[in-house]
Design a protein around this ligand. Structure first.
Ligand code: GLA
Length: 338
């Protein structure tokens, strides 16, 4: 039986470095993603790629340690197979329109495409997202949150997703008809494994221990009680970012695009100054975009340390820079068979 499984990449409109602290996020799926074409059957998952060398070969019974699999991109495949433990194998090809290492969640798209091809569409999106999140953590040891996997699975066309990463409740937030998102690449490739991502997470956890409660239950003034200046800044980012997520969700739902744009710019400043995950190249793209007529706001999207900037603007706004995608929210993962 021939199949086609699709999983989109994402941009995060706002709410970065909040998911792993049980906070709020507001991502949307984009029209770039990963497609797997192939046939189910046999006892092995065997996938080639149009972008990466080698073939990922994994028995349906899984492997003890996906992080040692070669080729390295096959680690994601192996970890998903081990989480899903499908009845049948799969022989096929991975086709990608997503630039890897650009902060557009290409690894989550690969995990979700593999899981979908292996029948995870029968699971509810939250269960499938948890399996893919575990797969990411096991494949490359990044202590990521659940945002990327969940939006790839649960996205709805025309909607951003407000996800409460504590309860995993999803609310669909209509994206205004008279706006679009432009994604501009900084050209700075970034890898989360080995980056300061894990360190940031540890700093946030240390801040919570000092405050004696979860950052999502704190208000900005609480952060000022933290003596260590680095931990104080990290806490202030997470606390204020959670507040901005709800403010942007309300602004988009009521068509207040200028206000939404201001909040994106405030989020960028917080990512730059308090969380220290922006770069001069990202700051420059944001500053340049802000001066363009029709632009409401711009910010780095995703983990930072390079990757992409998103610009919220009127449709067809002329922007310069390497634009990787522009449009309104796309749909989530899908499976078709014939
Ligand atoms: C990466 C992780 C997500 C999230 C973002 C930052 O994309 O995979 O879980 O933490 O960084 O918001």
């Amino acid at each position: 039986m021939g199949l086609r499984a699709w999983a989109p990449g994402r941009v995060n409109l706002i709410g970065d470095h909040t998911d792993y602290m049980g906070g709020l996020v507001l991502p949307m799926a984009i029209g770039l993603g990963i497609e797997i074409t192939g046939d189910r059957g046999g006892n092995w998952v065997m996938l080639g790629s149009d972008r990466f060398e080698g073939v990922a070969e994994v028995p349906v019974s899984g492997v003890p340690d996906p992080s040692t699999v070669e080729p390295t991109w096959g680690r994601y495949v192996a970890a998903v197979v081990d989480e899903v433990r499908p009845d049948d194998g799969l022989v096929g090809m991975v086709h990608s329109t997503l630039p890897p290492g650009s902060g557009l969640a290409s690894s989550a798209a690969l995990e979700v495409a593999v899981a979908t091809a292996l029948g995870a569409d029968r699971l509810d999106p939250v269960a499938a997202a948890k399996a893919c999140q575990r797969a990411e953590q096991r494949a490359v040891g990044v202590p990521c949150g659940i945002m990327d996997q969940l939006v790839a699975l649960a996205a709805v066309e025309g909607m951003a997703l407000r996800i409460d990463c504590d309860t995993l409740a999803i609310e669909h937030v209509p994206f205004p008809e008279d706006a679009e998102i432009v994604v501009i690449q900084s050209g700075q490739h970034r890898e989360l494994a080995g980056s300061a991502y894990a360190q940031r997470r540890k700093e946030c956890e240390a801040a919570e221990r000092i405050l004696g409660r979860r950052l999502r239950d704190c208000s900005p003034i609480d952060a000022e009680a933290i003596e260590d200046p680095v931990l104080r800044r990290r806490a202030r980012h997470v606390i204020t970012e959670n507040e901005r997520v709800d403010a942007v969700a309300r602004a988009l739902a009521t068509g207040q695009l200028s206000y939404a744009g201001e909040l994106l710019v405030a989020s960028h400043a917080s990512m730059r100054d308090d969380f220290e995950v922006s770069t001069p190249a990202l700051d420059e793209i944001v500053a340049a975009a802000r001066g363009v007529p029709g632009v409401y706001g711009a910010r780095v999207t995703g983990a930072g340390f390079g990757g992409c900037v998103i610009v919220l603007c009127r449709p067809k706004t002329r922007l310069s820079g390497p634009i990787v995608w522009r449009g309104r929210p796309a749909a989530g993962a899908s499976l078709t068979t014939d």
